[in-house]
Design a protein around this ligand. Structure first.
Ligand SMILES: NC(=O)c1ccc[n+]([C@@H]2O[C@H](COP(=O)([O-])OP(=O)(O)OC[C@H]3O[C@@H](n4cnc5c(N)ncnc54)[C@H](OP(=O)(O)O)[C@@H]3O)[C@@H](O)[C@H]2O)c1
Length: 256
């Protein structure tokens, strides 16, 4: 259960989901540390309200200050599934920030750096990690993003840290930070779609960035989500209030 003396590190705080997570944590008067490669971007975004630490998942030595005294880590870093400028190309064949490097090796560096006293490590993975050979996930995985996510999931499971893995579907709703069709179309749920939670990577559909941010924080309040992978999409009519306890209780007897 989160409390006001906890310090929460958000890795990828400047990203679409990351910004929402930071905002929601601040709303709850919690202490937030933002990990970013770009200090001035984070300063403009967070306006002195969070502790900003510069670090790069690719370089373990840059993560040491970030993990000092943290009680929770929420990792929502990522790059694009398909080649883009975010891959930081050196030449046509070599990229410095590909999925394998950031989503795989980078996340593993953060897991290995995390203090053993950590209360929870929340990692945003992706739906499809257990269905990589099936359409449409075989297309999504053409450049290895699901391989990298699964690799990081497995490292987290073996780490001995208390964890929750979040597996969203294709992200919709702003902030529109990724370069994909949904970003171009600015697809959104208008806050009208219900949250559907599952286990075992069986769900298909889109997921609102807003609900991904919500589930990353809400899961910390429920022991049933400890050491589980939580699948999440949006579907159906949204009730006036989301009952996270009831949504998570459906996971009680399930394996991830
Ligand atoms: N797009 C989808 O449809 C989809 C589907 C399923 C799961 N996901 C996952 O959902 C999560 C959130 O997605 P999003 O679109 O909100 O993310 P995003 O806007 O693309 O943000 C990614 C963040 O990762 C950080 N980052 C990138 N490389 C880094 C590195 N080497 N070291 C440290 N930080 C690094 C960036 O921070 P700085 O530039 O400030 O360092 C940025 O804030 C990601 O984990 C993504 O893989 C996405």
């Amino acid at each position: 259960m989160l409390n006001n003396s906890d310090l929460i590190l958000v890795a990828g705080a400047t990203g679409g989901v990351g910004q929402l997570i930071v905002a929601k944590l601040l709303e709850k008067n919690l202490s937030v540390r933002a990990l970013t490669r770009n200090k001035s971007k984070a300063e403009k975004m967070f306006d002195d309200k969070v502790d900003i630490v510069v670090g790069d998942l690719r370089q373990s030595d840059t993560l040491m200050t970030a993990i000092e005294n943290v009680n929770y880590i929420i990792c929502c870093t990522g790059t694009t599934a398909f080649p883009s400028q975010r891959w930081d190309f050196v030449n046509f064949f070599e990229a410095k920030n590909s999925p394998q490097i950031v989503d795989g090796e980078g996340v593993k560096n953060l897991i290995l750096a995390a203090p053993s006293s950590l209360k929870r490590f929340v990692f945003i993975s992706s739906c499809g990690v257990l269905r990589k050979d099936n359409f449409p996930f075989n297309i999504l995985n053409a450049f290895g993003v699901l391989d990298a996510k699964l690799d990081a999931e497995n490292c987290l499971k073996k780490s001995g840290l208390p964890y929750t893995i979040i597996r969203p579907g294709r992200l919709i709703d702003g902030p529109y930070t990724s370069y994909d069709l949904n970003t171009l179309l600015k697809a959104k749920t208008d806050g009208k779609k219900a949250v559907v939670i599952g286990t075992g990577d069986n769900l298909n559909g889109d997921t609102s960035r807003i609900d991904v941010a919500n589930v990353c924080i809400e899961c910390l309040n429920y022991d049933v989500t400890m050491n589980k992978a939580v699948d999440i999409i949006n579907s159906g009519v949204r009730p006036p209030v989301i009952d996270w306890e009831q949504l998570f209780s459906s996971m009680r007897r399930e394996r991830d």
